[in-house]
Design a protein around this ligand. Sequence first.
Ligand code: PAN
Ligand code: ZN
Length: 188
Amino acid sequence: MTNSYFPRPVDVKINMATGELDSPDSAYDRKLSQMYTMYEDQEAAQKLLGADPVIYKVYEKKLPELPGELQWCMSVTLPGKVGREYYMTKGHYHSVRETAEIYLCVAGEGYMLMETEQGDVEIKEMRPNTCVYVPAYWAHRSINTGGEPLISFCVYPGHAGHDYGSIETKGFKKRVVEIDGKPVIIDV
Ligand code: PAN
Ligand code: ZN
């Protein structure tokens, strides 16, 4: 090596039933107040804002944000709805668009909604032991359509970064809502 950067191995224990790590470097809760504008039903969102429920949690190990390294985390989307729309993550593109991600679902049920800037949309079911590959250039959002937390182990390139702005502005082209007690994918 020609510089002082030299990574060390890291190990961590994961509670697959809850998504918690024994020693996370970062653990955060995303509450409704931080994303309520993303929901279809703004009246329903406003009514829930007083209680300000946690929509999802992320437990991370902080690793070098460099090409060649990997970042990984546990993503836990809680069960619930805002109006008829299921709890979901904000969703994002990677700042470095040429970076992909793997999601291994370990618990719960739902969907991975993916979309490109050219307007292609794909949605894949998430169930325990389902592995979804999110290719480079695809924005991605987890949606929990079940009654238990939707828990995934996520791995992506160290330098990927997160671009939330594009999705905050334009949203996704599809939503997942409950109609007659069942999840239905609708156009926005
Ligand atoms: C995941 C997500 C996690 C939370 O680790 O960051 O599921 O979703 P948002 O980042 O959209 O709030 C990931 O895709 N990382 O790249
Ligand atoms: Zn990502």
